[in-house]
Design a protein around this ligand. Structure first.
Ligand code: URA
Length: 231
């Protein structure tokens, strides 16, 4: 993010004040005076005004190993939600960057940085999502071709973007999707009258689910992981 925008967004800031602070040499980033509003900063940059750290809200980013049976929602009257798996101190204000169905498992990202999660889920950015899928019946030989061509969804009036398929076993595949339509994988297999028995998200963009996380466990993303996904 640009330094002037970050300063302008502060509770005590404005665009005009930001320009003034920068021009009068009162701003430093990681100990270096900066006058250029275009200077790039990240949520982890140490920004000071008159040598005092300015009150930036540090955005939070987590990866969770979602277990089956939990809703990707912040609250629900009937089912447990993934928020219940987080410590109270962590859960406030977080939202989910790319939901999974209730029965689905695997990598789920949670953050309070709306700009970051929008970038991740924007269809134009075509961030790859990798799923391991088990089906009830053997995978039909035409599946890879039809998934690569795209499947027409009547309800939305769209054809799905090409999906890459790697066959792992007679009833198991790894799929790479570049969009996220409602129940997309189940509906695509529905065309072959083949039911999805389990669906596990292994990866989003460059970020794989941490193998040290058991179902229900979570950890903060590292600064490198945050910038690799959000850039
Ligand atoms: N496609 C589905 O059908 N379900 C998911 O949870 C994710 C992708």
């Amino acid at each position: 993010m640009r330094l002037d925008r970050m300063l302008g967004n502060l509770p005590q800031g404005s665009r005009q004040l930001a320009r003034h602070w920068l021009a009068s040499g009162r701003i430093a980033v990681d100990g270096v005076r900066i006058a250029d509003g275009c200077y790039p900063v990240t949520p982890f940059s140490r920004v000071t005004l008159d040598d005092q750290p300015i009150q930036t809200r540090q955005p939070r980013y987590f990866m969770l190993h979602k277990p089956g049976g939990y809703l990707s929602a912040t609250s629900d009257p009937d089912h447990p939600t993934v928020m219940e798996l987080l410590d109270d101190a962590d859960s406030g204000q977080l939202h989910i960057a790319g939901r999974l169905d209730r029965a689905s498992t695997g990598l789920l990202l949670l953050t309070d940085d709306g700009r970051w999660s929008r970038r991740l889920t924007e269809p134009e950015r075509r961030v790859a999502k990798v799923y391991r899928v088990d089906t009830e019946d053997p995978i039909h030989p035409d599946t890879a071709r039809r998934f690569a061509e795209g499947i027409y969804f009547d309800y939305e009036g769209i054809t799905t973007r090409p999906v890459e398929l790697q066959q792992l076993g007679p009833r198991q595949v790894r799929l790479t999707l570049f969009e996220g339509r409602y129940h997309q994988i189940k509906r695509m297999f529905g065309r072959f009258r083949n039911r999805v028995l389990s669906l596990h998200r292994e990866q989003i963009g460059s970020l794989a689910l941490d193998p040290d996380l058991a179902p229900g466990e979570y950890r903060p993303l590292t600064p490198a992981e945050v910038s690799a996904l959000g850039d």
